[in-house]
Design a binder for this molecule. Structure first.
Ligand SMILES: [Zn+2]
Ligand SMILES: [Zn+2]
Length: 330
């Protein structure tokens, strides 16, 4: 596991094993992700797929450009994909005059098609013209990343939500990407259909989990996180710092809610009461820059682990926003 970035400004993690490499989320620009991969010796050419936890911008900012550039499939739940498309495609609004012109144009095209040939042609031209109308305005991809411009075909230029391939999964139903079995589980968070993942490299019997962006840890997540070897767990905020901190009250409410983010205390409570103690490494992630201190998060987790810290590994690391951390290799 290589955590390239973790926090509200961008999230991205590489999971590799059994000859397969997966990128979990793409919350930074394509260029920045590639730069950080190079820093930790990860080869982008080896990536087989991208899996997306949820559609918040800190998890998808570089998604389309990255997927196109590497020509790899993106795995979403259907609801997350739809939500991502909605926010990626600029909304089209039409004046009444434009709408009237559009209707007139379509009517004329239908009439022309009907007189020039078969009824089928009319259907076709109708479908085609409404398809073109429904397309979003042209976005110049060169503005996102000049390197993609050469290979960008018409689809990519026309549609900012264009992806080379999309695969759907459902929470609770494991699926396979190359040699890695992916087990998605539902997490409580204010997105369309947010998921955490356990990645199981079957041939190596190693399990790595990503569980960030969750308001609390419900029973299904506790169950999913049993017997993992590496756990990336959210430790977002210190409750006191959040309460006294700079956020407006509405944002504080959101973070604290059951669909917000996990506090140091909540992460510690899980580690103390429910965690089975078998992990080699626990990485604390998605730390708030305004409402947490790395030392506080680490101290709180280590205190919760108590004696198990020495006995069974359970090394505690801190993921960072600004730089990748040393890859965790088992
Ligand atoms: Zn996030
Ligand atoms: Zn989120």
């Amino acid at each position: 596991m290589s955590v390239l970035a973790s926090g509200s400004k961008g999230n991205c993690t590489v999971i590799s094993g059994a000859g397969t490499s997966i990128l979990v989320d793409c919350g930074m620009s394509c260029r920045e992700i590639l730069r950080r991969m190079a820093m930790v010796g990860e080869d982008p050419a080896k990536l087989d797929a991208i899996v997306v936890t949820h559609e918040h911008i800190d998890h998808v900012a570089g998604l389309a450009v990255m997927a196109r550039r590497l020509k790899i499939p993106v795995f979403f739940t259907e609801a997350t994909h739809r939500a991502w498309e909605r926010m990626t495609r600029p909304r089209q609004t039409m004046t009444y005059k434009q709408w009237l012109e559009k209707v007139q144009r379509e009517k004329q095209e239908r009439a022309e098609a009907a007189t020039s040939g078969s009824g089928l042609g009319g259907e076709e031209s109708l479908a085609k013209s409404s398809f073109i109308e429904a397309e979003p305005s042209v976005i110049d991809l060169a503005a996102c990343d000049p390197a993609t411009n050469d290979s960008a075909d018409q689809n990519e230029k026309r549609d900012p939500a264009f992806l080379p391939a999309v695969e759907y999964f459902q929470a609770g139903k494991p699926f396979q990407i190359g040699g890695i079995e992916v087990n998605p589980f539902t997490i409580p968070h204010d997105a369309a259909d947010p998921c955490g993942f356990v990645f199981h490299a079957g041939s190596e019997s190693i399990r790595m989990a990503v569980a960030t962006d969750l308001g609390y840890i419900p029973p299904n997540v506790k169950l999913a996180l049993r017997s993992v070897d590496v756990l990336l767990l959210e430790s977002n905020h210190d409750l006191e710092m959040l309460k006294d901190g700079p956020y407006p009250w509405s944002v504080k409410q959101r973070v604290l809610s059951r669909v917000g983010h996990l506090s140091n205390d909540a992460a510690a409570e899980f580690l103390q009461r429910d965690y089975d103690g078998g992990a080699h490494t626990i990485v604390l992630g998605h730390l708030s820059e305004s409402n947490n201190l790395p030392e506080l998060a680490k101290m709180s987790a280590e205190r919760a682990l108590g004696d198990r810290l020495r006995l069974l590994g359970n090394r505690v690391l801190l993921a960072q926003q600004e730089a990748p951390i040393e890859p965790i290799c088992l």
